[in-house]
Design a binder for this molecule. Structure first.
Ligand code: CUA
Length: 312
């Protein structure tokens, strides 16, 4: 009963392949149900034949009837059903391979976060991290890779999942059909914090998305937190465009205040959590490349967190 409950609770929500919000995910969900029904029909037929056969364990055995049952129930019937499912499944493949419509998003899986670069058809590239925004109703092309180990990119409600392999770029095209916030995750074991490598996907109306993309190039407000950020060398790894922070090692933070989570889907993005993340990275996210700034006072960490939170 508990297993059934847990199983069913996975059928709805922001991270379920059975609650599709995109074209590709819908095709895959339909395929799942068709396959499940097909498998149930074959299973029922085969068990039926087995039960029928068990009646003859103490004979008399009618050869002609037995052969007919085996031929039709055990061979012909599964062959026809399975061939039908195969043809249906293969027929789906071209539908999942349609080209994108202009916007390309490069996503690189890195231990243990996501480097995101928007490449609109016209306009400059925009760097971001750990959150992906896409316009609704448009086929967006993702170019997926990795600089370290193999990760995998999956947004169950929208589609995927595709491996991110060092030295290779894998393509994926997704079309979201419903605005909302969905959750994606790394689905290839990639090290100590694999389970802590998630991201939010925000599907927006197209005008709002375009306005958001355009706003990404405005310079950020300065504050005491920015001084601390600079003084403690955060800019060696992180980038905040419009400031001296030009690091490439860690997640880009230019519009950090816009993001829903901190630490690649780890905690809700509140100043308190960000300050905590800065000071306790080693325990919150084992083996991440960011050292824990435990020497920083809680007040200073909060100042930095407040400044990062103001970057919208
Ligand atoms: Cu990245 Cu698992």
């Amino acid at each position: 009963m508990v297993t059934l409950g847990v199983g069913l609770s996975a059928c709805a929500g922001v991270q379920s392949a059975l609650d599709p919000a995109g074209h590709e995910a819908r095709e895959v969900a339909t395929l799942f149900w068709v396959m499940l029904i097909g498998a149930a029909v074959v299973w029922t037929a085969v068990i039926g034949v087995a039960v029928y056969a068990s009646r003859f364990k103490s004979g008399p055995y009618d050869d002609a009837v037995g052969h007919r049952v085996i031929l039709w129930g055990g061979v012909a019937f599964p062959t026809v059903v399975l061939a039908g499912l195969l043809v249906y499944g293969l027929g789906l493949m071209p539908k999942l391979r349609e080209p994108g419509e202009g916007l390309r998003i490069d996503v690189s899986g890195e231990q243990f976060w996501w480097r995101v670069t928007y490449r609109p058809k016209d306009g400059a590239a925009v760097a971001s991290a750990n959150e992906i925004r896409i316009p609704v109703g448009e086929r967006v092309e993702f170019a997926l890779t990795s600089p370290d180990v193999i990760h995998a990119f999956w947004i169950p409600a929208l589609g995927g999942k595709v491996d991110m392999i060092p030295g290779r770029v894998n393509r994926l095209v997704l079309k979201a059909e419903k605005p909302g916030v969905y959750r994606g995750a790394c689905t290839e074991f990639c090290g100590a914090s694999h389970a802590l490598m998630a991201f939010d996907v925000r599907v927006m109306e197209k005008p709002a998305f375009e306005a958001w993309l355009k706003a990404q190039s405005a310079p950020p407000p300065s504050a005491k937190g920015q001084d601390l950020f600079t003084r403690h060398g955060c800019g060696a790894c992180h980038q905040v465009s419009g400031t001296d922070a030009k690091g490439e090692v860690g997640p880009e933070l230019t519009r950090f205040g816009d993001r829903l989570t901190v630490g690649a889907g780890l905690l809700p993005n509140t100043p308190k959590n960000v300050a905590r993340f800065i000071r306790e990275t080693d325990t919150l996210k084992p083996r991440s490349k960011m050292p824990a700034y435990s020497a920083l006072s809680n007040e200073d960490a909060l100042e930095i967190a407040n400044w990062l939170g103001s970057l919208k």
